[in-house]
Design a protein around this ligand. Sequence first.
Ligand code: SAH
Length: 247
Amino acid sequence: MLKKKFGQHLLIASGILQKLVEFSEIKSEETVVEIGPGTGNLTKELLKTPLKNLYLIEIDQEMIEKLKKNIKDERVTIIQADATKFDFSSLKEKELKLIGNLPYNVASLIIENTVMYKEYIPQAFYMVQKEVAERLIKEKSWLSIFVKTFYEINYLMSIPARFFVPPPKVVSAYIKLTRKDFKEISDLKNYKKFLIRLFSQKRKMLKHKIDEKLLLNLEISPNKRVEELNFKNFLSLYSEIEKVKKI
Ligand code: SAH
C-alpha cells in the first residue's frame, strides 16, 4: 500500500531512471546518499554505477522491509530516518552526493536540511514538483535566497506525471544543486532567521523592518520592498546587521 502522507509516487520508467543517474555523473569512490528510496527503483539503477557506498534514508518501515528484500549489495546501508532532520555529519564521510525522487510534501524541508549540511554536500540531485523548482530558481523567497547563497541551482529536465505510480497531480522536475565556493556566512541558522524576518510581511517597506540609517549606508532605498533587493543587497544587509549586533 502506498501512503499519501509520505508522498509516495514511485518512478517506474526505466528510461527516466537511467537519465536521472546519468545526470548525476557518479564516479568510483563516491559516497552517495539516496533520500526516499521507496521500493528501490532508483536504488537499483544507482547500484549499476561504480559508487563506493550508498546510504538509503527512508522514513517508512514498510518500505524499509521491501528494500531489505529487493536490495542485496554490500555497498548499501539502509537507515530509517526523517530526511528533513537527518544529521549528515553522522555518516562520518567527507563528501556526499545526494540524490532522490523526493516526497513532494516535504521537498522544501529536505532542500533546507541539505543546505544546513552543505559542508558535507558538494552536489545534490533532486526530483521535485516543477513549480517548486521554478519558484526556487526564479522567485525571491527566504528559501530561494537561502539556497542560492550557497548553491547554484540548475534545471535539468521536466518529467510528466505518467512516469510515476500513482501519477502525481503535478509535473515534476529534476534539479541539480552545486555548492558555491562561498564561505563568508558560517552561522546558517542565524542567516535563515534573518531571511525569514526580512521576507515576513513582504509588502512592507524595508524601513519598517530595518534601521533606516543602515539601509542608507548601504545605498538601499528605505522605501524598497524585500522583493526588489538584489542578491548583493541580501549579503551586505546581513553582514551589516551582524556587525551592529556584535558591537
Ligand atoms: N525513490 C522512489 C520513491 C519515491 S517516493 C522511486 O522513485 O520510486 C518518496 C519516498 O520518500 C517514499 O518512499 C517515502 O516513504 C519516502 N519519504 C517520505 N517522507 C520522508 C522523509 N521525511 N524522510 C525520508 N524519506 C521519506
